[in-house]
Write a protein that binds this ligand. Sequence first.
Ligand code: ADP
Ligand code: MG
Length: 697
Amino acid sequence: MDTVSKYFGSEVFNDTVMRERLPRETYDLLQRTIKNGKHLDLGLANAVAAAMKDWAIEKGATHFTHWFQPMTGITAEKHDSFITPVDGGKVMMEFSGKELIQGEPDASSFPSGGLRATFEARGYTAWDATSYAFIKDGTLCIPTAFCSFGGHALDKKTPLLRSMEALAKQSLRVVKLFGNEDVKRVYTTVGAEQEYFLIDKDVFDKRKDLIYTGRTLFGAKPPKGQELDDHYFGAIKPRVLQFMKELDQELWKLGILSKTEHNEVAPAQHELAPIFTTTNIAADHNQLMMELMQKIAKKHHMVCLLHEKPFAGVNGSGKHNNWSLSTDTGINLLNPGDTPAENAQFLLFLCAVIKAVDEYQDLIRISVASAGNDHRLGANEAPPAIVSIFLGTELTEILQSIEQENPYDGKEKELLRIGVHTLPRFAKDTTDRNRTSPFAFTGNKFEFRMLGSSASISDANVMINTSVAEELRQFADRLENVPDFEAELHELIKETISNHKRIIFNGNGYDDAWIKEAEKRGLLNLRTTPDCLPYLLHEKNVKLFERHNVFSLEELTAQYEVQTENYCKIINIEALTLLNMLNKDILPCASRFVKQLSDAYISKNAVGLALDCTYEKELIKKLSAMTDLIYKKKNELEAKMKQIGGLTDTTEKALFFRDEIFARMTEIRTVVDEFEDRTDSSYWPYPTYGAILFSVK
Ligand code: ADP
Ligand code: MG
């Protein structure tokens, strides 16, 4: 065996390990419990815990933790050691079934959006047996869901698992309609491509904005940025290569299918793509991937930036959520197939996605909303804030011919009858892979490209899964027990295309003309986070989530509160950082430099040669005027910041942060960046964009 296959998954308590280490009966029982989504009984949990502990201790672990994903979108863990005191001042290593299946972290400080009254502030964590336990830094990590004692979801995993369940249930109904009796379960699969920046730690340490906010709040454009496209897929620098090698090794040990690494468009920007897997594992893996990227970068004296927009003027970072559905018999339901029956099933699932994305475009948009991602969407580097679907010309033409009952291609004599005819083969649209589309069909899956780089992929998948589940439910309701299945199916597909084709757009999403066209089509254009979040609580969305048991109204309200608060908090921190930088560094630097110019002017005059001193005079004037302007705007911002305390309504507060705080920060930045351009570099208090972006040699 080659070395990689030897250590791949070595830190994971996976199926192979379970088979080896659990008594046959225990193993079978556990598998059945997992498959049926039942609670583990304590006897079984004790047996699994004992095997898990022995395995972990052999691998050098001393602690265990319930690893969970609170609504902050990052991961949390609280370590407990295995030790239990015994007589004679000695200890034993213990880990019980109870400790495996349920934990009570004192996690009352995580946001709950009002779901936890203080008297029951503690939530509990419960093992998600569908995701394997693993060892990280000598600690056995048990993937868990995090809930309140009232049973409300306080995390990202619980709704994701619920949405997968909803989709599985409705998909199974549809699959059965096509006679696939052998299928027992339908899964969603996801491959999440991750973008990130790597910069040298020395320059990072000198930028308060990067330290406190993850992005630069100031920075004049460097003479060279990404315009030559020379970084994209370019040769990887040795230091970065070392980092990627180590990252791959660590990911592989954790059973994460890291597959491709390459340079991205912006200088210092890179991407990592794993091979797809089932959605909840893909979500866990993406979190681990982000964590390891940051940790391993530090070992190489670099910092990994996961912010959506660390630098103005160069591309920001996103995440591509490749999404499909597959059966436990190995059929990808978004694969068009070769026979009329396969084609028909594919078209129905395709229509479910089209209808879902059209009817729930608000939710799809909300799922990627954050203060950080607001910098990217619609900024000519990422898809616009308008949600639309790309199908490619061939598939679009096929749908058109079905809708309009025209022969496809004009050559065929017969009209396309779903379930009777075979679809014309359409090539995976390789020439026209439209990178500007937010939601693109790429041959056998959809690629959702609006996600921000730092986001958990859970939100996006909760929205996609639940909305598609709803459409499949409606389809199954209509098609089950009809006398003429094929005729009804044909009608249904025709109708769906006709009613929802407005969401299909194959053109250039970065083009301004699309914005006008989308408006004509009645599509939403929710540009910023405060614009879109209120849609979460619209009646149709509350109904959707309640019907499929993904969120109760209370939980949805909490989601809204937490996300809106989060937006406000981020801009608040950014504004405070910006003020700190102005007060402590930038304005004093401005004075010092003007003083230096003034000193030069005085000295030159003292020489008595009646020199013009144009450079000094003009620059003193210009810079003094700019300094005064920055000072004035800074004072205005400070005054606005004082008003925040008086705002009680979260929605109003978010709008205030956007329109009164963030807008002023942007104005100040413009002046400061011009100031930076005109200032002696030895006076400027921070590493420049050029120094940061080209810091890793
Ligand atoms: P590219 O986008 O570079 O052409 P691919 O299309 O092969 O590369 O894959 C991009 C991502 O999509 C990878 O993470 C891959 O594992 C994932 N992917 C491929 N098939 C599926 C599927 N059926 N479901 C979910 N993700 C998939
Ligand atoms: Mg991609």
